[in-house]
Each structure stands twice: as structure tokens, then as C-alpha cells.
Design a binder for this molecule. Structure first.
Ligand SMILES: Cc1cc2nc3c(=O)[nH]c(=O)nc-3n(C[C@H](O)[C@H](O)[C@H](O)COP(=O)(O)OP(=O)(O)OC[C@H]3O[C@@H](n4cnc5c(N)ncnc54)[C@H](O)[C@@H]3O)c2cc1C
Length: 379
């Protein structure tokens, strides 16, 4: 009998297992893939705060983001270069592999190639049934943590919440000329209410992507064809697409079950980034679980503080992001251009941007954007 079984060895599942084992619990980690981090569709951008706050593998860092250039629909630009590095870009294969090794190093029992297809909850324990391709196996624990990313099948079967909707993230990794800084493009032609990005890696390689409410991959192909014409070496770059949870789940706990990471919709509604918010919530989960185990109360009531904690920390950010997206979706290209012109002319706004822009928290920036719109400069 384990204390906890974590399902899903993405970064959030592995980190949760690692922390639980570190504070003395017996933990098993089950992952359906035979190897973690392979073919992950992710740009790998993680703010510096995450590396300061959590034990993350620095050897997975492939580049740093020190500066971002924002492009308007008519290619007006705003350069944002704060005094300190904004974020790191990681190799997700290495990042995920290292986090898994951290967990193993703390004594977590890792089971790769095991897909969990059923969880039975009893009064005193949970039974987790998995399939390894040839046979079924059942493990028992006092509690199960779901860190299954965008696979919500287990949540549905247990009556837990799922995100109300999804965005689409499309990405290609290519060799590109003259890309020294991260570039962000906005406008209706790119993706209404959203954006496209180009993030330089090492050796002239870059991750180019689009976040969209509708079709991501066709938008990315069009974007690369138009804005990166002649700059991309590959003729027909392979584009990968994946859904991204958009908004928190209503219910992330029940008796002896807790969901964390993208499995609970803990993803920025502004940018679709999920690693930092997932790690923050994983930390909250471990904190609450320690108390719940010591009180011997793993009921929904005993786990309620987890849901309260993470929603208090991130609820406003997630809501404001959805609201900002709704407003941004209605802006015409001319309005966006006007905002760029307005900001470009005023040093004071650029200074305010420096102050308000926090890589992982966007409420301040959204409030500033709304002020600009109210000033009528977006008309
Ligand atoms: C194009 C794109 C770009 C992105 N860029 C960024 C970025 O730059 N920065 C950022 O922070 N985020 C980014 N994200 C989001 C980020 O990738 C996710 O938020 C993050 O991977 C979530 O981590 P997780 O551990 O919660 O889930 P995942 O990484 O999805 O891991 C879930 C794991 O659970 C396993 N699993 C699922 N079901 C089962 C089952 N039944 N049994 C066993 N195992 C199971 C899966 O195989 C997987 O390994 C991006 C997403 C996309 C699509």
C-alpha cells in the first residue's frame, strides 16, 4: 500500500511525486509513455522566478529570454528589454527526464509504459488499475493524484471537473535566419485575441508557434509563410498541434483524489503557459496533503484547503486573462496599431510597462492595457 499514487509523469506529476517523497511519503508514479518528455509539444519558456523558487534542472536550459520585440499588424514594433533576464527556454525532453530522475532519487517507484484506465475509490484506500500493453495491474494507495495533462478521461469517470474550453497551440521547430530576440506578433490575421511567437534556441534554431481559439496549425503555416518568408530554412516545416486547457476546473478534489497541473486547468489563460502555475499548485497540494495525512483525513473536506489555496492564488489571474482575451478578440488591426503608436511615443508608458510586466502574472499589464483603451487611443 502506497501513501500516494501519482498518475502522469509530465513535469507537474514528477515534481509532485518528488516533493511528496521528500517529505517522507511512499509514492508510486505511473506514466503511460515508455519514456518521458519525448515529442512534447511545448515552447519550454519558463520564467526565472520558477527556477529561483523550485528545484528545477538548469542543465535543461537551452537559451535565455532577455528581450522581446512585439509587432503590431502593420509591423510597428515595441522593444521590451528589462534590466534582468525574463525567462529561460528549456529542452522539454531533458527537463521532464531530469524531474523524473529527481523523483526516483527520492525513492519514488516509477512505472513507465503503464496506462491508468480505472480508479476505484473505497472508504480506506484507492485502487489504481493500469495496463502495460499485455497485462493489467492493480496498485493500492491511500490517495491518488491526477497529473494527466489534457487527458481528462479519469476525471470524467470520477466526477471531477474538466476545463470549460480549450485553446489550440501549434508549433514548429525550424532553422531561422536573423532571429536574435524573441518576437511576438499580434493582429486579426495572426490570431484574433491571441498571438504568434518566435523564440530563438541554440544554433540558429527556433520554436515558432501560434496560440488560437480556432485552428492553430493552418494559422501557423500562414504566419510562417507570410512573416518568415525567406527566413526559414526548411521548405515545409512539420507543424504539431495540441489543445491547451483554457480556464480552471470547477472541482479539483474529491475523497482520496486530487488533480494538479493542466489536469486541473492550472494554465495561464493569457499565454497558455502551464508549467509555473502547475508547479505553484503542486507545492500547495503537497502542503495540504501533509496536513491531511497527519490528521488522517483524506476526504474531500480534508483536501478542500488545496482547492481554496490554488484558486485564491490564481483565480483572479485566470479570470482576468479570459476577460482580456474577450476584449482583445474584438479589437481591429487599426485599433491595435493605434495602441502601438501611442505606447511608442510615450516614454512614461514604456516605464510603466517595465513596472507592470511580470512574466508570470498579468493582471497589472491587463489593467494598463484597459487604461490605454479607455484613453480612447485604441479607436
Ligand atoms: C504549442 C504549445 C506551447 C507551449 N509552450 C509552453 C511554454 O512555453 N511554457 C509553459 O509553461 N507551458 C507551455 N505549454 C503548456 C505546457 O506544455 C503544459 O501546460 C504542461 O506540459 C503541463 O504539464 P503537466 O505535467 O500538467 O501535463 P503534461 O505535461 O501533459 O503531462 C501529463 C502526463 O500524463 C500522462 N498521462 C495522461 N493520461 C495518463 C493515464 N491515463 N495513465 C498514465 N499516464 C497518463 C501523459 O502521457 C503525460 O506524460 C505549451 C503548450 C503548447 C501546446
Amino acid at each position: 500500500m502506497y501513501d500516494a499514487i501519482v498518475v502522469g509523469a509530465g513535469p507537474i506529476g514528477s515534481y509532485t511525486a518528488y516533493q511528496l517523497a521528500e517529505v517522507g511519503f511512499e509514492v508510486a508514479l505511473l506514466e503511460e509513455d515508455k519514456e518521458v518528455g519525448r515529442n512534447v509539444i511545448c515552447t519550454g519558456v519558463i520564467g526565472t522566478e520558477a527556477f529561483e523558487r523550485f528545484d528545477l534542472p538548469r542543465k535543461s536550459i537551452v537559451s535565455e529570454i532577455k528581450s522581446i520585440v512585439f509587432f503590431s499588424p502593420s509591423l510597428l514594433s515595441i522593444n521590451y528589454t528589462p534590466s534582468e533576464t525574463l525567462a529561460y527556454v528549456v529542452d522539454r525532453h531533458l527537463f521532464d527526464k531530469e524531474l523524473l530522475q529527481y523523483a526516483q532519487g527520492k525513492g519514488v517507484d516509477v512505472h513507465l509504459g503503464k496506462q491508468v484506465h480505472r480508479i476505484n475509490i473505497s472508504r480506506d484506500f484507492v485502487e489504481v488499475e493500469s495496463w502495460n500493453g499485455t497485462s493489467f495491474e492493480t496498485l493500492r494507495a491511500r490517495l491518488v493524484v491526477l497529473a494527466t495533462g489534457i487527458n481528462y478521461r479519469l476525471q470524467r469517470s470520477l466526477g471531477l471537473g474538466v476545463p470549460a474550453s480549450f485553446l489550440k497551440g501549434a508549433q514548429a521547430e525550424v532553422e531561422v535566419k536573423n532571429l536574435r530576440r524573441t518576437e511576438i506578433y499580434v493582429g486579426r490575421q495572426i490570431s484574433p485575441g491571441s498571438f504568434a511567437w518566435a523564440v530563438p534556441l541554440r544554433k540558429k534554431r527556433a520554436r515558432i508557434g501560434v496560440l488560437a481559439e480556432d485552428k492553430g496549425a493552418p494559422r501557423l503555416k500562414k504566419f510562417m509563410g507570410e512573416r518568415f518568408a525567406g527566413r526559414i530554412k526548411e521548405e515545409n516545416p512539420v507543424v504539431y498541434q495540441k489543445r491547451i486547457a483554457y480556464g480552471p476546473v470547477r472541482k479539483s478534489i474529491k475523497d482520496r483524489v486530487l488533480a494538479v497541473g493542466e489536469a486541473a486547468g492550472q494554465v495561464k489563460t493569457t499565454t497558455g503557459g502551464g508549467i509555473f502555475y502547475g508547479l505553484l499548485c503542486s507545492e500547495a497540494a503537497v502542503h495540504v496533503l501533509q496536513k491531511a495525512f497527519s490528521k488522517g483525513d483524506l476526504s474531500q473536506r480534508g483536501l478542500l484547503q488545496y482547492e481554496r489555496l490554488w484558486k485564491a492564488k490564481l483565480g483572479k489571474e485566470l479570470k482576468m486573462g479570459q476577460w482580456a482575451r474577450k476584449i482583445a478578440r474584438r479589437l481591429s488591426d487599426k485599433q491595435i496599431d493605434n495602441i502601438f503608436k501611442f505606447v511608442e511615443k510615450r516614454a512614461s508608458i514604456k516605464e510603466m510597462l517595465e513596472e507592470k510586466v511580470k512574466f508570470d502574472y498579468h493582471v497589472g499589464l491587463i489593467s494598463l492595457g484597459l487604461k490605454l483603451l479607455r484613453l480612447g487611443k485604441g479607436k
